[in-house]
Write a new protein. Structure first.
Length: 286
């Protein structure tokens, strides 16, 4: 029973990370209609920013997390403006090629500047807490709680604020939003910034648990796309629920079945789901 609970908690922790990354990707796709394949690389950049803020400049953990979040928000706005915006009226393949190019530029820049070695930084607490007879590190609980609070705050922002309503209106009907006087270009930039900021927070939260290296975003972005497809492209609730489901499933498969074919099993389940429900769990038919 103790091992089962430990596995479940680890799965929820991993799912919290996936949910935040997938939610950011969903927000970007929902308003830009562009699958940002470079999202995992921006997650990596967020981890490095937090690392250097905390380790090199001696910032407290939470300040390092906030710095990473703010800088990735600004970087996201700039990338949307400079890299992606010129291709909105072009075929989708152009945006895909641009995203792949951005991956290569950012990863090779990180590799050149910081090398291939693995890095890690300390969390705000190294305590181990006992929950129902299971020993859990404080950082795992911090990841779970912070992610839940942040997802809830993003939901409130979208549903309860004028800016959030403008973003949602732009996502649902850009032409109608434009007629209502909403600045579509501004909404796209802000949304891209929020999406990349969520990736930065996810990276900073798991920095004390997982290793930081230039290619760390590959697995995360692969799972994030699985999640938003399972949940339904553009679905807020689908991204969050899908993130937790995939995190828990991955942990249980790795712990009780095999750690060699985990991704193959998850992608196989994705294919089966799409065969039954092509729009995902919460996606709307076109």
């Amino acid at each position: 029973m103790g091992i089962l609970l430990q596995t479940l908690i680890n799965g929820i922790m991993l799912g919290s990370v996936y949910a935040m990354v997938a939610l950011g990707l969903t927000l970007i796709y929902g308003i830009l209609n562009v699958p940002n394949f470079a999202h995992g690389t921006l997650y990596m950049i967020g981890a490095y920013i937090a690392y250097f803020a905390i380790v090199s400049f001696g910032a407290p953990y939470w300040l390092g997390l906030i710095i990473s979040m703010i800088l990735l928000f600004v970087i996201g706005i700039l990338l949307e403006r400079i890299v992606f915006r010129p291709f909105y009226d072009k075929p989708l393949i152009n945006s895909f090629i641009v995203a792949v190019g951005l991956i290569l530029v950012l990863e090779n820049t990180a590799l050149s500047l910081w090398g291939p070695e693995f890095r890690q930084f300390a969390g705000p607490s190294d305590k181990v807490i006992e929950v129902m007879g299971v020993m859990i590190t404080a950082q795992r609980l911090i990841v779970i709680i912070t992610a839940a609070v942040l997802i809830w705050l993003v939901h409130l922002f979208i549903k309860k604020t004028r800016l959030g309503a403008a973003i949602e209106a732009t996502s649902q009907n850009p032409d109608g939003a434009l007629l209502m006087g909403i600045n579509i270009s501004q909404m796209r930039g802000i949304t891209f910034g929020i999406g990349t900021a969520l990736a930065a927070v996810a990276a900073a939260l798991v920095g004390p648990i997982l290793l930081i290296y230039p290619a760390m975003g590959h697995t995360v972005i692969g799972m994030a796309f699985v999640i938003i497809i399972i949940g339904g492209m553009g679905s807020f609730f689908g991204a969050v629920l899908g993130g937790y489901l995939i995190g828990i499933l991955e942990t249980f498969v790795t712990s009780y079945i095999t750690n060699f074919f985990t991704e193959a099993i998850i992608f196989g389940l994705l294919v089966l789901l799409l065969a039954v429900r092509p729009t995902g769990l919460f996606g709307k038919p076109h």
